[in-house]
Write a protein that binds this ligand. Sequence first.
Ligand code: NDP
Ligand code: GDR
Length: 343
Amino acid sequence: MPKRALITGVTGQDGSYLAEYLLELGYEVWGLVRGQANPRKSRISRLATDLNFVNGDLMDQASLVSAVDKVQPDEVYNLGAISFVPMSWEQPELVTEVNGMGVLRVLEAIRMVSGLKTPHRDSSGQIRFYQASSSEMFGKAAETPQSETTNFHPRSPYGVAKVYGHFITRNYRESFGMYAVSGMLFNHESPRRGSEFVTRKISLAVARIKLGVQDKLHLGNLDAVRDWGFAGDYVRAMHAMLQQEDPGDWVIGTGVMHTVRDAVEIAFDHAGLNWKDYVVIDPALVRPAEVEVLCADTTRACAALNWKPQVAFPELMQMMVDSDLRQVAREHEYGDLLTAANW
Ligand code: NDP
Ligand code: GDR
């Protein structure tokens, strides 16, 4: 019997890579999709043709119970979230509902369908749960690099909601003996990254400037430091975490720091352009409370999960620029094409 996985957030960047990876491994994969005629469903259907879909929403407890009951998964990956940090200052209550309470609802759905009652200490043979925790929880951390033992100091409503999701995952592990894992992943990017995030905003702008369809690139804080990796590498770590004998919390990143300015330089250089001619600093894009420096200490994950990232940041930015050059050229040739052509 193939293993069965249920992925929330399957229409997002990570969901698409994870679905492809699990299908390659021989899993039967189900994606939770929300909304009426969700346009992103057709994108993921094109990529992962063997994928099955079930309707549901992280805001709707009953829909999650019925999805878990229908799929009867061995593994549940909770990747669904409102993932763009600035949106969490504009709609803090919604972001808290989806990114915080949504985690509780998935855990409750698993608990109800598996009939788990407290106390229950044996996690063998249970539905295994993965929570997409985030380096944003570290925020203004007192130490760099950040590891599994670093204290949280979130700087956005998004980060605060993720801290709730993280601790409720740990609490269900401790309260019900659930096999519940939390992956504290640092920023990871790809040609499938949403264009609102800084790396993709840059790669798309470089392609458009190079091909003469954009003049300037407006950015906020160029000094922010991030540890950026490739999404395709990080989904392997998610899967590896759920194959361990005991559930736990894991930090995943590359351990290498770059500024937003570095990302800009690499991308413009790759297209033979001088970034100083095009980048405009826009104070409106500076966040109310910034996360200045993030860098992962992945010592534990690299050793225990036998995982290491394959794609370094300069190569990743170049991959994204190349992909966007192809996409923008296609748009240019065929008119107003799908902005999702990279999928
Ligand atoms: P994306 O923004 O690309 O995808 C988010 C997904 O969440 C989409 O599939 C979206 O579906 C879904 N979603 C949003 N709201 C709901 C809801 N109410 N119910 C069900 N699904 C919903 O994010 P990523 O793929 O980049 O990230 C995946 C997860 O990992 C997120 O939880 C994110 O917070 C977390 N994370 C990401 C990191 C990164 O660098 N990428 C780093 C650390 C954590 P729809 O198509 O319906 O909008
Ligand atoms: P982040 O990613 O907030 O770290 O969250 P993002 O790419 O949005 O920002 C990274 C850094 O770049 C600075 N920045 C800008 N950011 C954006 N989006 N647009 C700009 O114009 C711009 N100019 C400068 C930001 O201030 C910030 O410091 C991502 C998301 O995927 C989260 O869901 C995830 O949890 C974390 O990564 C880890």
